[in-house]
Write a protein that binds this ligand. Structure first.
Ligand SMILES: Nc1ncnc2c1ncn2[C@@H]1O[C@H](COP(=O)(O)OP(=O)(O)O)[C@@H](O)[C@H]1O
Ligand SMILES: N[C@@H](CCOP(=O)(O)O)C(=O)O
Length: 320
């Protein structure tokens, strides 16, 4: 459960009084998510999400994230919009943490990814990339190739607790990725954590995208690579090329991909797998015993990385 910070009734009342959102009716901790504390805030006027920002979010970067959500929502993307208080500010403090209220999105994330979900994801991701093109702020991706070695150094002494050959595997792969990482692909605004639990559906239709707190300026096709990993593998570890084809072709209808971008996909998918292998390994080794949060399995990403190491071209992702 991701409620790291408990909010008392008095603190909540004072906080909500800064907004024109009506009287608070209830405030319930949300059990999902791993990064921040989220509450479902119900007021006389409707539902909202109250987020208190925790460890991985740098408070100085919050204007970027909140501004981005505001920008994308204004462009018609179904994503949360920050709610401003009477003073015009969306960002304030609660219980010693930066905090904001955002609009509530209807829909549910799907635990069972279908071909239809992947077909919907592609164009939605491409529309997000297009809508982000004129967002004026930029943010470097601190979890891209330059950020991987410091994470590796932090997990290295205990990597064998996860898998005996993990240290050796990451060492070799990191050296390869550092020397081959593409430098000329189109760059723009990416979500960078577009996992199934951050995409809502109503029935088979995609109804919204949430959780922009890893969003950054990076290679656009890297977002696609993250999704190849997060959406196109089955529970038994098999890669589903039909899912990948539907996602990629749906994407290309809204934002065509150059040959250079397509050829780079296997490498980007290796990098994307490395990124989540590293953060999951770090969290696996460093989550305090008894913390109310479910750790995510690093080995899932070890296996995905091994798969992409064997991919020789984008054809293996189901496309010509
Ligand atoms: N704007 C929103 N509308 C509706 N539900 C939301 C919204 N934001 C978050 N949630 C709920 O909170 C959960 C955790 O949110 P998320 O942003 O993924 O947390 P974290 O950043 O901590 O991982 C989501 O799975 C969803 O159930
Ligand atoms: N998607 C990441 C973890 C980040 O969790 P989220 O709840 O913020 O999406 C992973 O799967 O490792």
């Amino acid at each position: 459960m991701a409620v790291y910070t408990e909010v008392s009734d008095d603190e909540l009342e004072d906080f909500a009084a800064e907004y024109d959102i009506g009287q608070v009716v209830s405030c319930k901790g949300i059990a999902e998510g791993v990064e921040n504390t989220n509450y479902l805030l119900q007021t006389e006027q409707g539902n909202y999400i109250l987020t208190l920002y925790e460890k991985r979010v740098n408070p100085e970067e919050l204007p970027f994230f909140l501004g981005l959500m505001e920008h994308l929502a204004a462009q018609g993307l179904a994503c949360p919009t920050p709610i401003k208080g009477r003073d015009g500010k969306a960002l304030r403090n609660l219980c010693g943490r930066p905090a904001a209220i955002v609009s509530f999105l209807k829909g549910m994330w799907s635990r069972r990814i279908t071909l239809g979900h992947c077909a919907e994801l592609g164009p939605a991701m491409a529309s997000m990339h297009r809508a982000g093109a004129d967002f004026p702020l930029t943010r470097a991706n601190n979890l891209s190739v330059a950020g991987w070695r410091p994470l590796f150094d932090a997990i290295r002494p205990r990597a064998a607790e996860i898998k005996s050959d993990l240290e050796e595997m990451i060492e070799d792969e990191l050296a390869y990725l550092e020397s081959h990482w593409p430098k000329t692909l189109p760059v723009g605004l990416i979500h960078a954590d577009l996992f199934p639990d951050n995409v809502f559906f109503i029935g088979d239709r995609l109804s919204g995208i949430i959780d922009f707190y890893f969003a950054c300026t990076d290679i656009l096709a890297y977002d696609i690579a993250i999704c190849l990993n997060a959406w196109c593998f089955e529970d038994d570890g098999a890669f589903n090329a039909t899912k990948a084809r539907l996602m990629l072709n749906g994407y290309r209808k809204v934002r065509p991909l150059s040959d250079e971008e397509l050829q780079a996909l296997p490498l980007l998918a290796r990098g994307a797998a490395m990124r989540f292998l590293l953060t999951r390994s770090y969290d696996w080794l460093n989550t305090p015993a008894g913390a109310m949060v479910k750790r995510k399995d690093p080995m899932e990403y070890y296996r995905k990385l091994r798969f992409h190491q064997g991919v020789t071209g984008p054809g293996q992702y189901g496309i010509e």
